[in-house]
Design a binder for this molecule. Structure first.
Ligand code: CDP
Ligand code: CDP
Length: 215
């Protein structure tokens, strides 16, 4: 069984994908980490994430940076969004994501283009969303936990910039696959969101209806 989980920053897709992987006993790949690893490499070399050549050169080093302590910082998230817009960077990371998805027994992957590009034949596709304000509040809380203290307005502006760039790039833009089920987590607790996600996957994979559209 292949489960594709897509959605914007802080929608809750990572939390949901991890929970689904645990529930079904499947391996999980957070594909954002691949783009983040490329970004770490570019930044550390003092290169420019907006340069296609610089970003492509960094792809070869991504594997060795997948456990890097800076992988999950906000600065790296922003640079990841910039490097991921270069089509050759996406091409360089495509095969390993596809083979992860197609391993025997199945897998759960989360990102932006799993249901549309990486695993268009996935058995279940969730598009996880939440309002920009709620996503900014979640990110703000996380940043404060890690000792940073940006204003909520700044975090919201960053979220909007990233949404805009990720949904309007030419290659594999973030969008809901036609056969995806939407899960709006804006007013759901983490536990409720996970239960809802499992119910949606069950509905799709056990032939109990399910259906696309608003959850
Ligand atoms: O956790 P968060 O949603 O903030 O970010 P992430 O999933 O780690 O992704 C970081 C950036 O990588 C995103 O803003 C996207 O630009 C890019 N990305 C992508 O283009 N395609 C994916 N499948 C996953 C991430
Ligand atoms: O992977 P993505 O960036 O989409 O989001 P995440 O890392 O799963 O969740 C972002 C933050 O929102 C985390 O701190 C989660 O604990 C929190 N969250 C929440 O408050 N309510 C939910 N229903 C889902 C996630």
């Amino acid at each position: 069984m292949i489960i594709a989980v897509d959605g914007p920053a802080a929608s809750g897709k990572g939390t949901i994908a991890r929970a689904l992987a645990r529930h079904y006993g499947l391996p999980h790949l957070d594909t954002g980490l691949l783009y983040r690893a490329v970004a770490v490499s570019v930044l550390r070399e003092g290169r420019d994430p907006a340069s296609e050549a610089d970003a492509l050169a960094a792809c070869g080093f991504a594997d060795s940076l997948l456990d890097d302590p800076e992988l999950r910082t906000d600065e790296v998230g922003k640079a990841a969004s910039v490097v991921s817009a270069h089509p050759p960077v996406r091409a360089a990371l495509l095969e390993r994501q596809r083979s992860f998805a197609q391993q025997p027994g199945g897998a759960v992957l989360d990102g932006r283009d799993i249901g549309t590009v990486i695993a268009p034949d996935a058995d279940a596709k969730l598009f996880v969303k939440a309002t920009p304000t709620i996503r900014a509040q979640r990110r703000h809380l996380e940043l404060r936990k890690h000792g940073a203290n940006p204003s909520l307005d700044k975090v919201l502006a960053d979220i909007r910039t990233r949404d805009e760039r990720d949904s309007h790039r030419s290659e594999a833009p973030m969008r809901q696959a036609e056969d995806a089920q939407v899960l709006d987590t804006s007013f759901l607790s983490i536990d409720a969101a996970i239960q809802r996600a499992i119910a949606l996957v069950e509905a799709r994979t056990r032939g109990a209806g399910g259906g696309a559209g608003q959850a």
